[in-house]
Design a protein around this ligand. Structure first.
Ligand SMILES: Cc1cc2nc3c(=O)[nH]c(=O)nc-3n(C[C@H](O)[C@H](O)[C@H](O)COP(=O)(O)OP(=O)(O)OC[C@H]3O[C@@H](n4cnc5c(N)ncnc54)[C@H](O)[C@@H]3O)c2cc1C
Length: 341
């Protein structure tokens, strides 16, 4: 019989896992179950800068390198293909500026180019900073990338169920393996006390003259030029989960970004956004747990808790999650064969 897999979640983590399962297990019967899609997800609002930080994600270093490297290679392949524009992926150059010397950043392992700025270059840049890096990396804009991935999933016969699960037993069908990509809401659905929201605010402005990215104030102020607009940020408020928009935060972001690049005061504001990063004290959870679902034990491949770096890690984590799904299905098939002997 055909194996049946259900992926919970249609953010960048769920879609990447689902497409990877299709690539690794051709002919698999696969469904994505979620209550929010595309613009309703946290992933849609992510800035999309490929500037992974090991400090923020808090995961095992070897796993982080593997996930980030697989993701970067995937995004790079799209970036040099005819799909780059429609998938929302482009290569860009920019500056990270500091008040004091810093150790080589983790993201330099993946950047196309990375170097320390000279005193002369620092003088030419805004903000009187005394230390900085120039780097070249990728920008992945989920407003384009999520629909592009969803098309890939549908083209390969993937099914969609729109449903809000209050409890895992509300899943209507029987599945051989479930992949849990519910992000922050794994806290209630799978009773994970380690997961904490880190609230972030951004502003999208029209400023087509901004061609480079800028990061300052210990990474808290950022300016990322995208294809349709420029993302200005940000905030990192641990434990805060109210999603009401508070103008004070947007005024403060605008003030910091204009200090860094004064021409931004002429930019027209397109939209403001607030979202919750799914941060987990024990790091990203990517492992199998067997739990009872409507009275039957079902392997659940957890894939959540990507904090500030879900876009950077999504494809690599999807590759890893798909391998775990295949292992589980192989074990079930071997077990069925044995029981028939
Ligand atoms: C301001 C800000 C800026 C960011 N910038 C970047 C960046 O530059 N680079 C980067 O890599 N990352 C960035 N991130 C982080 C990134 O957004 C997240 O790590 C990522 O979106 C997490 O993806 P996800 O798929 O796990 O979650 P989500 O996008 O939240 O998707 C969760 C999915 O699960 C479904 N779901 C959950 N619970 C249930 C349920 N009970 N029943 C049914 N469906 C359910 C939802 O419907 C949804 O489809 C940023 C985040 C914020 C807030």
């Amino acid at each position: 019989m055909e194996s049946r897999v259900c992926v919970l979640g249609a953010g960048v983590i769920g879609l990447s896992a689902a497409v990877n399962v299709q690539l690794l297990i051709p002919g698999v019967d696969i469904t994505i179950l979620a209550d929010e899609f595309e613009a309703e997800t946290t992933s849609d609002g992510a800035a999309g800068h490929f500037g992974i930080t090991k400090e923020r994600t808090n995961s095992d270093i070897n796993n982080l390198i593997r996930w980030a490297r697989d993701s970067f290679e995937w995004y790079h392949r799209i970036c040099i293909s005819e799909d780059a524009n429609i998938a929302g992926i482009h290569r860009f150059h920019g500056y990270q500026l500091w008040r004091s010397a810093k150790p080589t950043p983790f993201h330099s392992k993946f950047d196309y180019a990375y170097r320390k700025l000279s005193v002369r270059e620092l003088k030419q840049l805004p903000g009187n900073h005394t230390y900085g890096w120039a780097s070249e990396t990728l920008m992945v804009e989920c407003r384009r990338y999520l629909p592009w991935l969803m098309n890939k999933f549908r083209e390969k016969g993937g099914k969609i169920v729109c449903q809000r699960l209050r409890n895992i037993n509300e899943i209507e069908q029987f599945y051989d393996v479930i992949v849990n990509c519910t992000g922050l809401r794994s806290r209630n659905l799978f009773q994970d006390k380690e997961i904490v929201p880190v609230r972030g605010h951004t502003i999208r402005v029209k400023a087509p003259w901004i061609k480079s990215f800028y990061i300052a104030d210990d990474g808290d102020t950022y300016i990322y030029p995208g294809q349709d607009n420029v993302v200005l940020g940000g905030t990192r408020q641990r434990g805060e989960e109210r999603l009401e928009k508070d103008q004070r935060y947007y005024d403060d972001i605008m003030r910091r970004c204009c200090n860094l690049v004064p021409s931004l005061k002429h930019a027209e504001i397109e939209r403001t956004w607030v979202g919750l990063r799914p941060w987990r004290s024990g790091g990203v959870r990517l492992e199998v747990e067997t739990i009872p679902v409507r009275g039957r034990p079902v392997p659940v491949v957890h894939n959540y808790g990507h904090g500030s770096d879900g876009v950077c890690l999504s494809w690599g984590c999807g590759v890893h999650a798909a391998c775990l799904v295949k292992q589980q299905l192989n074990q079930q098939n071997a077990h069925q064969k044995l029981s028939k002997l």
